[in-house]
Design a protein around this ligand. Sequence first.
Ligand code: NAD
Ligand code: DAU
Length: 355
Amino acid sequence: MKKTILITGGAGFIGSHVVRLFVNKYSDYKIVNLDKLTYAGNLANLKDIEKKSNYEFVKGDICDADLIQQLFYKHNFDGVVHLAAESHVDRSISNPMEFVRTNVIGTVTLLNVAKHFWKASLDTIPKGKLFYYVSTDEVYGSLGKKGKFKETTSYDPHSPYSSSKASSDHFVRAYHDTFGLPVIISNCSNNYGSFHFPEKLIPLAINNIKNNKPVPVYGKGANIRDWLFVEDHARAIDVIYHKGKVGDTYNIGGNNEWKNIDLIKLLCSMMDKKLGRKKGESAKLITYVKDRAGHDMRYAIDSSKLQKTLKWRPSLKFEEGLERTVDWYLSNNEWLQNVTSGDYQKYYDMQYIKR
Ligand code: NAD
Ligand code: DAU
């Protein structure tokens, strides 16, 4: 094998797209996917590649230093693409400690083992090795009406989730600056697409519209997010992993800002057509609920560095990506049923009562 890469969180939403891309594109790489399979991880996300000879799944926790060491000894990894995380802002408000554990302690555990195994130091920066950390634009905080997040924007996280990601970004940079660990960080805007757990806005809205349930819009629905098709994010990670500059940060975004309420209305009209409902029928499900605490108003990414230096750009128009996403959810009922069985309903019913 030309390279052996550890991908963490590969059974989650973005991770599964990254694993699929790497396994299919690089038949001469060995891809080891380490995932704890929390409520957000699902091996059904990887059914199409699970039997490939260059792919291996390991169930485990990134906080388990012994396991990570064993994996490094067994596979002699050339690289790590680290995505495993607790990723939902609302859950971080109800249970911050889990976010500190996985996002901060888990990340530092991986950094420690990589540093030790690759014998990294400022005098001997290991050649051909890379620790790539997949982070979020939420570390930069919230924007006013104008401006975009650049790689040089100061950190200003507000939620326990974004604070835990900001903290881990700092640790990743500290391991580069102090111990010579070869690292790259990318900070991406909101993703959407297939295999997205229906607790996040777009898949939750699709699922609720389909089932004639209320579509909860936080506050006035005026918050703005910059949406990127998940496969474009996976392509960006591929380009940055292979061509990015060690020690650098890259912002990834869709240049595609939408106010939440406008996005929900677009989804409702798409769903009316797909489900053969009367125009305006699905929009009746829109329900304004109590706002998220500390709710960031606007995110927008300036991805010009990535576009200019590594020639990446989003491949799809939003309407096209959204339609593909809606079609995927409507034709993957079994997946949706599986992930929304068990505790899911209990958890979300509780959330609505709280609001
Ligand atoms: P996700 O919640 O869908 O998946 C997370 C995965 O990590 C799951 O498979 C889960 O089982 C696994 N995991 C959780 N804790 C673990 C642990 N302790 N050990 C091993 N595995 C564990 O998340 P996602 O939306 O795919 O996000 C992936 C990464 O990308 C995260 O680091 C997130 O912060 C970042 N990110 C997400 C977005 C987005 O819009 N979803 C945007 C930018 C960055
Ligand atoms: O910006 C990148 C981040 O995007 C990632 O780092 C996070 O992991 C990912 O979850 C996402 O965070 P957001 O909080 O922006 O995504 P979410 O889908 O939870 O919410 C999007 C917007 O929609 C936000 O303004 C809150 C609002 N919202 C969300 C839900 C779940 C609603 O109005 N109603 C809802 O039911």
